[in-house]
Design a binder for this molecule. Sequence first.
Ligand SMILES: [Zn+2]
Length: 187
Amino acid sequence: MRPSEAGRLHVIAGPMFAGKTEELLRRVHRAELAGLRVEVFGHRLDDRGGQDRLSTHIGRTVPARMLQNAQELRDAVTGERPDLVAIDEAQFFGPSIVEAVEEILVAGILVEVAGLCVTYDGGPFEPIPSLMAQAEEVVKLTAVCTVCGADAAFHIRLLDSDADALQATAEQIGGTELYQARCRAHR
Ligand SMILES: [Zn+2]
């Protein structure tokens, strides 16, 4: 039988603080070493790296095109015809990214998607679960529970009062988060 001409979908999913972007960029780096033409996309709502880069919590950065919606993704890929399309924070694109990704796959392009699969109250966070259902490979990453250190498949949003208290201390230690990674017992 002839090998399929269609692309493959790989999804890197997990809660916040699980290293999803780090894993995505590790794969981008490997593909570039292998000589593949790679296009990296993020969403404008993610401004950790500014408007033309993706960056991770531990400081790795790569040039990226920051888009606003799934249509911009379609347009960008149609023009470039890369071997690999990497998309970070895919949950920001909303449900219409599922169809856009399918079109890219049908065109024979490998797609690596990273994104949040769970909301801060523990429910499925579409569109990532839908993409996971259609993927050839799913990597589910966990973070570290801020209470006990166990594997954390969830993150919680701190209450405003907690956040205010954290803000007060954070001004001394530099940096604060409104969210924390939590294990099943501490969510
Ligand atoms: Zn815990």
